[in-house]
Design a protein around this ligand. Structure first.
Ligand code: HEM
Length: 423
């Protein structure tokens, strides 16, 4: 069984491929081109995400293909210790504790710690859009990728003038690990990644010298560490920052783009959200299920695993197709239907499951909720540009829109036909 994430059907409509895989009698499929085992069913993906003894994270952030020697030599110099999505026990429970204590991860804590930042940044970006009513905009370039990055830089205390560099580094890391760059591109992206790592090290070192008295996240992590390498080493602090800057940016950008795409491709949905913003959280949950920002994630088997008639050997890399699991008919009624009123959407696996469950889930939800609420108030006539065709960046893990062209219209629509959106 093959899955080609880089061309054709999968790039336009991955759900067709997920459906086909889910209909197969085998619970795991080896894809010889990708060199990955594909796991699709909800129960199996859920188990693989949470059973750290059997499915390890050591290779989760390692490129999915054989990197050319020149790029490999550069990557090998990046001595970031595993702390988050690449860490296994016994390290992960310790670094996870640090994340849990220092990063707000419940709706109440997120509101208290980051609510003002989120609202300020949303208002700023919405005002920019409103400043050109009747105009055209690309929500991906001007809103969905901007908001999570600006919020994260504020939380971490990263200077705003570095926004362009951090954005490019994040995009590059995702392409290097889960894309299919040619060797020359691999070398360029590996150099960028090395520079990104050095940047995070320097950021942390500068805070260390200044003393951990600030209220930014880096200072809080250093205060938590309190000079004790047994709690966290300085390199681990840098590695957490390095991971957060990508984990908290591209993912939330994806949620925002998928949510706006779903909301705007049906004027009835957009009207419902505008008129009753209390519906937004359920709408976001259904967006997470139906169109996850990360629809494939990696594990490596630490021992052989048998799923009915199929045995995955030890040391095999597995692609957990979260997008497919979220449409498993064993768990979700009429899974192919986007239905913001469904009651079973909470079973989605889009934030992971178990010990590595997304630490930023509550922040991502807050950002998306505030963004949709404010857009609905300020730009009620927002609509997708007619004839827009969905297309996504070629990637095994992240499903990111290339663009989301819209008409920015601040007048309240009187009803009318939906914009023609294909794909
Ligand atoms: C819609 C937005 C998001 C999605 C879809 C998402 C998805 C995920 C998934 C699937 C995992 C599990 C990784 C694994 O099991 O190996 C994860 C972990 C993680 N996420 Fe998110 N994430 C989002 C937003 C964020 C935000 C806003 C942050 C922080 C600012 C963040 C930080 C992290 C970190 C640090 C981990 C690793 C936790 C650990 O290994 O213990 N994520 N996320």
């Amino acid at each position: 069984m093959r899955l080609d994430p880089f061309v054709g059907a999968y790039l336009v409509d991955p759900a067709q491929v997920w459906r086909r895989l889910l209909d197969e009698p085998d619970r795991a499929h080896h894809d010889p081109d990708l060199g990955l085992w594909l796991i699709t069913r909800h129960a199996d993906v859920r188990r693989a995400l949470s059973d750290a003894q059997t499915f390890g994270n050591a290779l989760t952030l390692a490129p999915i293909y054989d990197v050319c020697p020149e790029a490999m030599e550069i990557i090998a110099r990046i001595d970031a210790p595993p702390t988050t999505a690449a860490a296994d026990p016994p390290v992960h429970p310790r670094t996870r504790r640090a994340l849990r204590v220092t990063f707000a991860n419940t709706p109440e804590r997120v509101e208290h710690r980051y609510g003002a930042i989120v609202r300020r940044r949303v208002d700023e970006l919405v005002s920019r859009l409103v400043a050109r009513p009747g105009g055209r905009a690309d929500l991906v370039g001007e809103f969905t990728t901007e908001l999570p990055l600006l919020v994260l830089l504020d939380i971490l205390g990263v200077p705003e003038e570095d926004v362009g560099r951090v954005r490019a580094w994040g995009d590059g890391q995702i392409a290097l690990i889960w894309g299919r760059p040619d060797p020359a591109e691999q070398v360029r992206l590996a150099r960028d990644l090395w520079e990104f790592w050095r940047y995070c090290e320097q950021l942390v070192r500068a805070r260390l010298v200044a003393g951990p008295s600030g209220d930014d996240y880096v200072s809080q992590l250093l205060a938590y560490r309190d000079g004790d390498d047994e709690v966290l080493t300085v390199a681990e602090v840098s590695s957490i920052v390095f991971n957060l800057l990508v984990a908290g940016h591209e993912t939330t950008a994806g949620l925002l783009a998928h949510a706006l795409d779903q909301a705007l491709s049906d004027p009835g949905r957009w009207r419902e959200l505008r008129e009753d913003p209390r519906r937004i959280p359920a709408f976001l949950t259904e967006t997470l299920r139906f169109a996850p920002a990360i629809d494939g994630w990696l594990r490596v088997t630490r021992r052989a695993v048998t799923l009915d008639d199929v045995t995955i050997p030890a040391g095999a890399r597995c692609l957990l197709l979260i997008g497919a699991a979220n449409r498993d008919p064993a768990v979700f009624a009429r899974p192919e239907r986007f239905d913001p009123h469904r009651t079973d959407a909470d079973g989605h696996l889009s934030f992971g499951h178990g010990p590595h469950f997304c630490i930023g889930a509550a922040l991502a939800r807050l950002e998306a909720r505030v963004a949709l609420t404010r857009l609905g108030q300020a730009v009620p006539g927002l609509r997708l540009a007619a004839g827009h065709r969905r297309s996504y960046k070629a990637n095994v893990a992240f499903r990111a829109h290339r663009s989301l062209p819209v008409v920015v219209d601040a007048t309240v629509p009187s009803g009318g036909p939906a914009a023609a959106v294909a794909g």
